[in-house]
Design a protein around this ligand. Sequence first.
Ligand code: NAP
Ligand code: ZN
Ligand code: ZN
Length: 348
Amino acid sequence: MTTPAYAAQSATTPLAPFDIERRAPLPTDVAIDILFCGVCHSDLHQAHNDWKGTTYPIVPGHEIVGRVSAVGDAVKKFKAGDLVAVGCMVDSCRTCASCVRGLEQYCEKVNTQTYNSPDPHSGKMTYGGYSKRVVVDEAFTLKLSEDVDMASAAPLVCAGITTYSPLRHWKVGPGMKVGVVGLGGLGHMAVKFAHAFGAHVVLFTTSAGKTADGKRLGADEVVVSKDPAAMAAQAGKLDFILDTVSAEHDLNAYLALLKLDGTLVLVGVPDKPLPVSPFSVIMARRSFAGSGIGGVAETQEMLDFCAEKGIACDIEMIRMDQVNEAYERLLKGDVKYRFVIDMASLKS
Ligand code: NAP
Ligand code: ZN
Ligand code: ZN
């Protein structure tokens, strides 16, 4: 099925209209009309080939919300008309130790990403959500409540789960002092979740102008990281830090803020290595770790948690043809706090 989309043809060309083919639904497939798609900084990194793994043309987009238009004969969980979401993965091996534990994002064999991943069906690369339609196996399709605002829910399936999963894994909760570094798409959800889990939340931002928003979103304290005295005042005070920064920055400045046995988890993916001084981790037996999105079951758990607690993303809605401008703004840290594309703006 020919489907309108937006693609980048090289690392230096803006995204522009591009037709793609979507497969006819196989027995376990769900065909989805895309209503909204969030704009993740990973879309920008990959469109610009920051991580050196991009195959062109690339159609980004892995924060997809839409309605089911048709299902394959063997589909059990979905029917036409259902509201659904698709995040960063569309398949995995389903049999390795990670997949069996519901950690498909750490599949040891093949993890098919929603875009820029070898597509076993087409023999080409997968194409993402900056498009009118997508066809996904039901095992990687998520249910979305009719009670939520669809556009504000779209970024939950990347920005939401990427912050929810490490906060749950490291058991963030009452009595803990938790730092969040960077107030963008991921950071604003990290602040909301850490607050909802009962932690004392300290937001670290380079943007003094985001202080009031940080507090409104759930931070108990906001530290402007360019202020050396404010940073020094937090030294050795934090149990856990989630670092969502998309660009090069000094990890040692944040490791120094952890208590004995504290952990800093990196979810941001800058395009260059980030040096860690041995003393930053040795001095207080600190841990430095990373975390990638979340598995299918945990993503569904997070969507259900958000629907129940009324948690959603703060979004700026854009038209498909404004995506290049949105990328420019993301590079300046100028987003409040996730761009979401209204796919009705892309003509069929
Ligand atoms: P975003 O909306 O652009 O937010 C990033 C924030 O980082 C900015 O708003 C800014 O916050 C801060 N920042 C930017 N440049 C900085 C610099 N030079 N120094 C210090 N702080 C800076 O990006 P996002 O969509 O949240 O994504 C964040 C990162 O996570 C990206 O690298 C993305 O690829 C990655 N990611 C990883 C996963 C995963 O599974 N691990 C999943 C999704 C995304 P302030 O203005 O508050 O300083
Ligand atoms: Zn993402
Ligand atoms: Zn696997």
